[in-house]
Design a protein around this ligand. Structure first.
Ligand SMILES: Nc1ncnc2c1ncn2[C@@H]1O[C@H](COP(=O)(O)OP(=O)(O)O)[C@@H](O)[C@H]1O
Ligand SMILES: C[C@@](O)(CCOP(=O)(O)O)CC(=O)O
Ligand SMILES: [Mg+2]
Length: 328
């Protein structure tokens, strides 16, 4: 068995706008997906994941060559659930020049699915790393990040940024603008994450923003303004100005909300954090439902979220310096 792990992330700034070439700053967090891979002697892909459940059913499926799993849920849900690992393995077959490689893939993850903490990127990065190594191919971190990006691009119908996958592959805080991806210095930030227990469909949310942006010039301006916030945020990060970072996170949330990707429970967690004295709070990732990230050096936000109806989990986010990690 070859195993790798990779971290999830939060966005300090810039999700969605990054898809259109604006900069974004995600930070890797110490919540990881671990993917174990065993090559098979046929071309079948079998995926085992206790965390992947659809309408309460845990799914065990055979991908690609075996067709769809035999379960009673909408096909779009199944496609969304299977897409990332299927496509990751397609990338592995291509990069290793082994189109008929088959695998048993076992996934364990601390990252809630579809909640904006980049579970897809972590699973994809760890799966590509483990499966290529299982075939005797060592990818550089840059090649791994590129293959993981191609995976998300394919699953999200040609609309994805390099932000999640680069951040998960390298760890740390990063800045991504188009194909320019780099590590940046970030002070130790007092990040608190609130999770409403829900999820959003990244592909659908990205498509919704694209539609608004195509239809209304003010939506396009909103996306460009998120880019301005990110640039200001970079200065605040470099200056270690945490109060300014908080104000900019608040503004970034407002603009994401205007683009239609927040929701009642995300907004309620954001307001609970602000009322508890957080320096700033915003949704993270694609939105719809899932997680917010707040900046608070005191325990107040954590306490407020813990008692907020509709907040299922709350935890401090420790920055992960290490990206992909070879386990065996
Ligand atoms: N533990 C897991 N096991 C199997 N697939 C997973 C796991 N975690 C994430 N995934 C894949 O990633 C998808 C969620 O990714 P996405 O919608 O981008 O949300 P996010 O990246 O914010 O968590 C799932 O539908 C599934 O395809
Ligand atoms: C909305 C987006 O900017 C981030 C999506 O993050 P997540 O999959 O929700 O963790 C899409 C992307 O960058 O590919
Ligand atoms: Mg994702």
């Amino acid at each position: 068995m070859t195993r790798s792990s990779a971290p999830g992330k939060v966005y300090l700034f810039g999700e969605h706008a990054v898809v259109y070439g604006e900069p974004a700053v995600p930070c890797a967090i110490e919540r990881r997906a671990r993917v174990g891979v065993e090559p098979r002697d046929d071309a079948t892909l079998r995926v085992h994941s206790d965390d992947l459940s659809l309408d309460g059913f845990t799914v065990e499926y055979a991908g690609s060559t075996d067709g769809k799993p035999d379960i009673d849920v909408a096909e779009s849900l199944v496609d969304a659930a299977m897409g990332y690992v299927d496509e990751a393995i397609a990338q592995v077959r291509e990069v290793t020049g082994e189109p008929d490689a088959g695998f048993e893939v076992t996934i364990e993850s601390d990252i809630p699915l579809g909640a904006g903490l980049g579970s897809s990127a972590a699973v994809v990065v760890a799966a590509i790393d483990a499966a290529t190594r299982a075939l005797g191919v060592e990818l550089s971190t840059a090649e791994l990040a590129e293959r993981a990006y191609q995976t998300e691009l394919a699953v999200q119908d040609g609309q994805a940024s390099r932000a999640d996958t680069f951040c998960s592959a390298t760890g740390g805080a990063v800045r991504v603008e188009g194909s320019d991806c780099r590590a940046i210095d970030a002070p130790d930030l007092p990040l608190v994450i609130g999770f409403d227990g829900g999820a959003g469909d990244t592909g659908a949310l990205v498509a919704g923003v694209r539609q608004l942006r195509d239809e209304y010039s003010f939506a396009a301006d909103t996306v460009a303004s998120i880019g301005d916030i990110v640039r200001q945020g970079e200065t605040a990060l470099a200056d270690g100005d945490v109060a300014e970072l908080g104000r900019l996170m608040d503004f970034n949330h407002g603009l994401l909300s205007a683009l239609g990707v927040s929701g009642r429970s995300l907004d309620s967690m954001v307001w609970a954090a602000r009322e508890a004295g957080a320096l700033g709070a915003k949704l993270t990732g694609a939105g719809g439902g899932g997680c917010i990230v707040a900046l608070d050096p005191t325990p107040e936000t954590e306490t407020a979220l813990r008692y907020l109806p509709g907040c299922e989990d709350v935890f401090p986010a420790e920055l992960a310096d290490e990206g992909v990690r070879q386990l065996e």
